[in-house]
Ligand binder design. Structure first.
Ligand SMILES: Nc1nc2c(ncn2[C@@H]2O[C@H](COP(=O)(O)OP(=O)(O)OP(=O)(O)O)[C@@H](O)[C@H]2O)c(=O)[nH]1
Length: 562
């Protein structure tokens, strides 16, 4: 895997890991914040709700206690509902009725079982005695049970089947010298009370009030309320665990309730615990309200109340910054290291393929820069060396080529060199319609020179003739040793006559200047003029024939065939 791919994969893995870590971190931080704040909020909420509930209730309870202590009422009851005292007693009842929140009252008497009631609409004015309580009737059991329990006051949520209304009843015992003689109080219309006090419609918050047994007394959904719980046997009550998903949560709540009751002197103590309600993790806040003998239980759905989504923008900004930083790091890495290295690698590949590296190398920084500089120096050295080598090879090749076309003894062109020159001239002749002359020289009785004067003398003769012929040709003409004692001149005569003159002059020059060891050296010379576009072989043939003629007409002659 290339470094580029490796770092890209690494960068992507980093982004992925950073995203997961950020997500987990923010979820953890968010949950901690929400849990921490949730506990504070639930505490405040419970205190606030309990104050809101107790304020109206306490007023009603205090009023009910006043009513229970009313002399007019007590005297009337003790006197066995003396008709003479009844108007004053009814007036007292009416007076309290007007003061109660829902403007109703009840008075229930132990001895006679009489039950007096009037309401806001005064529909029972003049006939306040509604009925007589019957210990045998289950609807009246609440009264006899409360009298039996002897608690000074009690809150009772109960539908009154006789009257056809459901109320939160405030029941206060009326006593005379320690003897319970009756019960007075008022009823708060449950629906409006729940609407105004309990179900305040705050999203994510559910409040309820339960009695010492955990039986639900006030809750926005009346179906859950444990009506007349005072007379219900244990096990049949609608308790708080109806809302809880797990039995373990119920146990924990019950423990908290017991703990709160033990510590009821600690004012406004609120305990909180996470529980599962209707499949959601909710924070339950519980407070004991000793004045009314109930607990307040508030469930806060923190996911709705303080959604973790609120932390999302912060998490997104954090993540975006992280991704941006990693991307920038990768881009800088790519620009400063990966790209220069990739180009360097391409150049190195060129070198390893035996080609000349490109002069266009990237610039780099730091160690990469040093690496590139060293490679550049190395590449330049290779390039210079290669060019030098190539130049030398070219020179040597040219020298070899020259050598291959040169006669070692005389320094003239050899047969190969002459053939090249002839081919070139023949092509030019075709191209330009030009012509050229050939002069063929053969040393006379050279074998004899060798035989008599020695082979070295023979060589010397050949060298001298070479020098003479070299002198005879012009710059653009060529003298060559054709082989053995034969020489060939490629000449450019102006005309036939000039060719004949040149051939004769060469013969004479040899005769006069090539003598060795006192022995005259002569040569026979044949000459011919190439015709326009004529084949080289044909011209050579004719020159050879001219030479043959010169030889056979007595040697040391020049002869031209035109
Ligand atoms: N010294 C010397 N002799 C050579 C060289 N090349 C060829 N020869 C000799 O040159 C002689 C050429 O002789 P021929 O061409 O047969 O005849 P010739 O003796 O010149 O007689 P004509 O040409 O008929 O006049 C031969 O004996 C060759 O051995 C050389 O490089 N040096």
């Amino acid at each position: 895997m290339s470094l580029k791919k490796l770092f890209l994969t690494l960068a992507m893995l980093l982004v992925l890991a950073a995203s997961v870590a950020t997500g987990l971190l923010f979820q953890r931080i968010g949950e901690n914040i929400v849990d921490d704040w949730g506990r504070r909020i639930v505490e405040i909420q419970v205190r606030y709700d309990s104050a809101r509930l107790q304020k109206p209730l306490q007023r009603e309870i205090a009023l009910a206690f006043q009513m229970a202590e009313s002399n007019a009422l007590r005297q009337w009851v003790v006197a066995g509902e003396d008709p003479a005292l009844t108007p004053a007693a009814l007036a007292e009842m009416e007076s309290f009725r007007r003061n109660f929140r829902d403007q109703n009252f009840f008075v229930a008497l132990v001895d006679s079982g009489a039950y007096y009631f009037n309401d806001r609409n005064e529909q029972y004015s003049g006939r306040e005695l509604r009925y007589h309580l019957d210990p045998e009737k289950s609807d009246d059991a609440w009264f006899f049970r409360l009298v039996e329990e002897g608690r000074p006051f009690h809150l009772n949520v109960n539908p009154d089947t006789e009257l056809g209304i459901t109320q939160l009843w405030i029941d206060v015992l009326m006593t005379d010298n320690g003897r319970i003689i009756g019960m007075v109080g008022t009823g708060l219309e449950l629906e409006s009370f729940l609407r105004e006090i309990v179900d305040i419609g705050q999203p994510g918050i559910t409040t309820m009030y339960v009695d010492l047994n955990g039986a639900i007394q006030l809750y926005r959904d009346q179906n859950y309320i444990d009506f007349a719980s005072i007379v219900k046997p244990e096990g049949q009550k609608n308790t708080v665990d109806l809302l809880l998903d797990k039995p373990s949560d119920r146990t924990r709540l019950m423990h908290m309730m017991a703990d709160l009751r033990d510590r009821s002197e600690e004012e406004s103590l609120v305990l909180s615990e996470f529980v599962s309600v209707e499949g959601k993790r909710q924070l339950a806040g519980i407070a004991y309200l000793p004045e009314i003998g109930w607990y307040q239980v508030s469930f806060i759905d923190l996911a709705e109340f303080m959604p973790l989504a609120h932390f999302l923008p912060v998490a997104m900004i954090f993540l975006a910054t992280l991704v941006f930083a990693i991307t920038m790091f990768y881009l800088v890495l790519q620009r400063l290291i990966l790209n220069p290295l990739a180009r360097l690698e391409t150049n190195m590949q060129t070198v390893s393929d035996g080609r000349i590296p490109s002069a266009d190398l990237p610039r780099g920084h730091g160690e990469v820069g040093q690496l590139i500089t060293h490679f550049r120096q190395m590449a330049n050295a290779i390039r210079n060396h290669t060019e030098e080598l190539e130049s030398k090879v070219r020179e040597r090749t040219e020298a070899l080529e020259t050598l291959a076309r040169t006669d070692a003894l005389t320094g003239l062109a050899n047969r190969l060199g002459m053939q090249f020159a002839l081919e070139r001239e023949a092509k030019r002749s075709i191209r330009r319609g030009s012509t050229y002359g050939l002069i063929w020289i053969d040393v006379d009785e050279f074998k004899d020179i060798n035989d008599t004067l020695g082979h070295a003398a023979g060589d010397e003769v050949l060298k001298r003739i070479g020098t003479l012929l070299e002198r005879e040709v012009r710059e653009y003409e060529l003298a060559a040793r054709w082989g053995g004692d034969e020489f060939l001149l490629l000449v450019m005569p102006d005309d036939v006559h000039a060719l004949q003159v040149a051939a004769e002059r060469i013969r004479k020059t040899i005769e006069h200047e090539a003598a060795i060891d006192g022995r005259t050296v002569t040569a026979s010379v044949g000459a011919t003029l190439a015709r326009s576009g004529e084949d080289v072989e044909a011209v050579l043939q004719r020159a050879d024939e001219a030479l043959y003629e010169a030889k056979h007409s007595g040697r040391n002659r020049s002869h031209a065939i035109l």
